[in-house]
Ligand binder design. Sequence first.
Ligand SMILES: [Zn+2]
Ligand SMILES: [Zn+2]
Length: 446
Amino acid sequence: MARVEELKAKAQAAIDTRRDWLIDVAKTVLHHPEPGFHERKTADLVSQKLHELGIAHDRDIALTGLKGYLTGGRLGPTVAVIGEMDSLRVPGHAYADPATGAAHACGHHCQLGMMLGAAVGLQAAGVIEHLAGRVALIAVPAEEFIDVEYRWQLHQEGTLGLMAGKQEFIRLGAFDDVDMAMMVHTTSRPDDGQFAVGGTSNGHVVKYVRFIGKAAHAGGAPHEGINALQAAMVALNALNTQRETMRDNDTIRLHGILTKGGAAVNSIPADVRYEGRVRGRSIEAIIDANMKMDRCLKAGALALGAQVHIVTIPGYLPMQNNARLMEIFKSNAAHLVGASHVKTHPSTQNRGGSTDMGDLSQIMPVIHPYTAGATGTGHGVDYVVQDYEQAVLAPAKAMAMSVIDLLVEDAAKATEVLAKSPPTMTKEQYMALQNSRFIEEIYEGK
Ligand SMILES: [Zn+2]
Ligand SMILES: [Zn+2]
């Protein structure tokens, strides 16, 4: 047992030695925010840093993703350490790109520092050779499911299959040689303590909707037109009437944005576009709420005699944290910050948001813990990372230490995790489920 502690101490010391280098990676990404499937500069930076660490890697997986390996002294399972590359779009954020509104309002910039930090710790002299197996270092694009119209175009031209980063990595086989995975997300919530493990998240489907009307002079002859904006407004009001039909336990969220409200103020809007989301904590609850969403969209078209094109796109599956991986991570986090600062959320506690780590959690053991270090409102203008020690270095150490626990002693713990955690579904079942959730419908409101 002494040797495990010795390896962990070496990994931590190596991460501390690279302190400024790792924090600089996170801050550089912060200052160059790029939304999903646009992360070119971010990918160049991660590639350059992997080169500096001497880690061979593949690029351009799912357009912008990267994947490298550290190889242990003996054969064994492969544990992935993941960092997400993408920003959101939050105009007005302190670090928003003025041209695009892109901003790291979800803290993903820190995840790349964490992923590289874990690599630094694990490749340290006297550590990696004692591990049995491999560490896959994965920088994955597009966790925030935004810019739906853009991604739908990429899907239709065959550039993307599934439309988010980890989903597409799964489809392309980039997780085929991975046995289990971990990542850490930043949080500003006081009830998460310094670190938090456990809990679940909502799954969802994504909606790309076009209301099609008829253009006409908005002053001279509005009666000759069909107002697609009014159709959309009826639909959105109808959606709000559904709220009392939702069960609290299903944590349904119906929300969206109008991405196009018309073309010219003096012409009756004939092409109005809506990107929406139907979230819920189980696949059945999402199916039920999605049926209501479709009903409301059609009600808008019917009221105005417009047409509505509804594209339903497979979103994320609910998150399940692996209990054994959680215990391993938790004990390492407790070692770093003290047990009283590590919170455990019960599996009944569901976060309203969603993540494509949920998709991965259906086909292999994963954890998605949280680390403090941020303040402000998640996805808001004021969400900023204040404490880079906690938001980059501490989770890098906790992940490196957890990988050591999993892969030392001929990977005994990793082998146990795999033996006792059969996945909910195979990759083939996952792909069949997700492909079945692509639905296109045109409804004539007559
Ligand atoms: Zn987010
Ligand atoms: Zn996030």
